[in-house]
Design a protein around this ligand. Structure first.
Ligand SMILES: Nc1ncnc2c1ncn2[C@@H]1O[C@H](COP(=O)(O)OP(=O)(O)OP(=O)(O)O)[C@@H](O)[C@H]1O
Ligand SMILES: [Mg+2]
Length: 464
């Protein structure tokens, strides 16, 4: 007889490892991701403008439980018996024809054990319904891993799933119940950012009785402008291979802030630059937002490091693939794998686009008054609409490939026939107050205004 050495994992160890590296909001996002994937399996209108319309998810914390319910199609009985509850995806071809986000077959189980010790999963498809229960002592008890599944009569009016998690861990209970307002606000912000595209395409998320509103993805654009002359217009890049699509838009959120404005906002809890930087989207899920680091090209090659002067520059890059493993994601799905080939290609274009706008803000730095006129007819416009408005014939091929194209904007340049220089110097606060009082009878006049007035007065004197 051949003897064996046991490699069977301990449940406790397995569950500890599984839940250690994820925080609570991200675990909840995993559950929501499953609902969104459910809609893709259910809908017949995947290519419509609003493929998620009519689908909803509701998250509540009540009676000491965490409850998430949805109408996103449910889990089929067969899938439940053979894969949905498995720790790790036993069927890699599952969903291979859909741009779903699930990959590893672990998210739901990880979220359940992050939150509590026991759970009930009730799910209904068009055909049937079942209930799976995880008892409180499952982790501690023996070597039986499988959970009981009971067929039940259809409990809901439409196909969907309810996951009810109980016996919450103490630190989770603290966040969900004792610090509920703080936690809900944080979660709401995270969802508004993470699901901005999905909510924009019709999905409805309710958190603690209130719907989650999306954080719009807009850049300044004049959709009526016909003329081709220099104007503020975003940089765009599009690529399409057999199994991946990429779309990138970078532009301005608003006028560049002045030095005075930047100084003022040092004291504010929220600053305008929070929205600036790069947002990265994979299969409609935002995986990185407001990035201003080398990950997205800031401070690399020809792009300067991010600083307040660039807080109006905003870019969005979207990747789409039917095979979620082709997306440039890290295993947590909340970050980008910088060594991904497709990300590397996109990043060279992100760098080119960002550079256009850092140059733009540098060129206009000393021409603030003239710059104002450039913004007159511009409106914050959703990035998708911007791309749709630029005629295909205005795009040019990239690197000689037909599958990648870009739109290079012709950004306005200041008239430098009479060049301007910037003057910067430090002064004593007391002296500034005295001058401000003397010139404007208001000692709180901004420093720059006081400086300009002093300069102009002397100039007028010379000209006299
Ligand atoms: N709300 C839901 N609606 C429909 N199906 C669901 C739902 N939640 C889970 N499922 C099913 O359960 C399976 C397992 O979910 P789980 O999150 O554990 O893994 P996954 O989504 O396949 O991969 P990942 O670990 O990357 O999230 C899903 O593939 C899906 O078939
Ligand atoms: Mg999942």
């Amino acid at each position: 007889m051949t003897e064996t050495a046991s490699v069977f994992p301990s449940k406790q160890f397995f569950v500890d490892m599984l839940t250690r590296d994820i925080d609570l909001p991200d675990a909840i996002i995993e559950l929501l991701d499953n609902c969104v994937d459910g809609t893709l399996r259910t809908t017949k209108k995947r290519h419509a403008k609003e493929p998620y319309k009519g689908f909803w998810v509701n998250i509540e914390f009540k009676e000491g439980k965490f409850i998430i319910s949805d109408n996103c199609g449910g889990i089929s009985r067969e899938r439940a018996e053979t894969g949905a509850f498995a720790m790790g995806n036993p069927d890699l071809e599952h969903d291979s024809h859909l741009p779903t986000f699930g990959m590893y077959g672990i998210g739901m189980k990880r979220a359940i054990f992050k939150i509590g010790r026991s759970a009930r999963v009730i799910s209904q498809t068009a055909e049937s319904a079942f209930e799976v229960t995880i008892e409180k002592d499952w982790v501690d008890n023996g070597e039986e891993w499988d959970w009981p599944l009971t067929p039940i009569d259809k409990p809901f009016t439409e196909p969907g799933t309810v996951i009810e998690i109980g016996d919450l861990h103490e630190y989770i209970q603290r966040q969900l119940f004792y610090f509920q307002d703080v936690f809900i606000n944080k979660l709401r912000d995270l969802m508004a950012t993470h699901y901005t595209v999905i909510i924009g395409k019709g999905f409805q998320i309710t958190l603690g009785d209130k719907p989650v509103k999306r954080q719009p993805l807009t850049v300044l654009f004049n959709s009526r402008a016909r003329k081709q002359g220099p104007r503020i217009i975003p940089y765009i890049y599009k690529a399409e291979t057999l199994d991946l699509k990429v779309r990138l838009v970078v532009g301005l959120l608003g006028p560049t802030p002045t030095d005075d404005e930047l100084e003022e906002e040092l004291d504010l809890p929220r600053y305008r630059g929070e929205d600036a930087g790069w947002t990265i989207i994979c299969n409609d899920h935002v995986v990185v937002s407001g990035d201003k680091t080398e990950l997205t090209g800031w401070g690399e090659i020809c792009v300067p490091r991010y600083q307040g002067q660039f807080s109006a520059i905003f870019g969005v890059v979207e990747f789409e693939s039917l095979d979620s493993r082709k997306l440039p994601l890290t295993t947590t799905k909340r970050g980008i794998d910088p060594s991904s080939y497709i990300y590397d290609i996109a990043k060279t274009m992100m760098i080119e686009g960002t550079r256009l706008f850092t140059d733009f803000t540098n060129q206009w730095k000393n021409y603030r008054e003239e710059e104002e006129a450039l913004y007159e007819k511009l409106q914050p416009t959703e990035v998708g609409k911007v791309v749709a408005k630029i005629p295909e014939s205005d795009f040019i091929e990239v690197r000689g490939h037909q599958w990648e194209k870009k739109y290079l904007p012709n950004l306005p340049k200041p008239n430098e026939k009479t060049p301007k220089r910037q003057i910067k110097f430090a002064y004593r606060q007391l002296e500034l107050w005295r001058l401000a009082e003397f010139l404007f009878e208001d000692e709180d006049t901004p420093a720059s205004q006081v400086g300009i007035e002093c300069f102009n007065r002397v100039l007028r004197e010379i000209k006299r």
